[in-house]
Design a protein around this ligand. Structure first.
Ligand code: ZN
Length: 211
């Protein structure tokens, strides 16, 4: 049996046992819907039960999808952590493991961390920058194609939130890169020599960021 939830088909695995007094719905890591119920409950009735409880089924699917995504690993500043879900609030970083509350919105958490860290590093890079430049406004946002953007007209530097997952030197390189655009808006030879002036290992770091 299959059911449609949010336009996706989900397989329903039904187990019927005489001893089962109640009907239970669960979603496992294979993203199948498992229904255990009594032998007297027909498949049609099961379908009705699923329709009636659609919202909680959707919630279970979403939760499990999120959990599976997180299984890919949790990265923080270039280090991978094993994820352990807990009921205690927030996110706690151990040495090898990270303890995450199930309800935590990880992007929100990264954003909070980034707001402090990116500002600190922008200040550091700005103070060490080899040329005189205007102090830019900082924006942090999740982006899919770029690590950073510099709007030279508004003097605004936008940094990709995903830099939170990369080693800290990647963040510094992207900041130096964007600050260099305040002198050279293009990617000319002069631009790259200014980047090198402020970040000697930039070629190596660029490669790491490409992976
Ligand atoms: Zn650039």
């Amino acid at each position: 049996m299959k059911v449609k939830v949010n336009d996706n088909d989900y397989e329903v695995v039904i187990t019927k046992k005489i001893g089962n007094r109640n009907t239970y719905i669960r979603v496992k890591e294979d993203l199948k819907i498992y229904v255990t119920t009594n032998t007297f409950v027909s498949n049609k009735e099961i379908e009705n039960i699923l329709v009636k409880n659609q919202q909680s089924v959707i919630n279970m699917i979403n939760k499990m999808t999120k959990k599976c995504e997180n299984k890919e690993g949790f990265s923080y500043l270039g280090k991978k952590y094993e994820v352990v879900y807990t009921t205690s609030p927030g996110v706690i970083l151990g040495s090898e493991k990270v303890f995450i509350n199930r309800e935590t919105d990880l992007d929100k958490w990264y954003k909070k961390e980034a707001t402090k860290l990116f500002k600190e590093h922008l200040d550091l890079c700005y103070n060490n920058f080899s040329r005189k430049i205007p102090y830019p406004t900082l924006t942090i946002r999740k982006m899919t194609t770029r690590w950073g953007v510099c709007n030279t007209k508004d003097k605004r530097v936008t940094l990709n939130l995903e830099l939170m997952k990369k080693p800290i030197y990647c963040l510094d390189y992207v900041i130096m890169h964007e600050l260099s655009h305040l002198i050279h808006p293009d990617h000319s030879k002069d631009f790259w020599s200014l980047v090198e002036e402020n970040c000697k290992d930039y070629k190596k770091i660029k490669k790491i960021l490409k992976e």
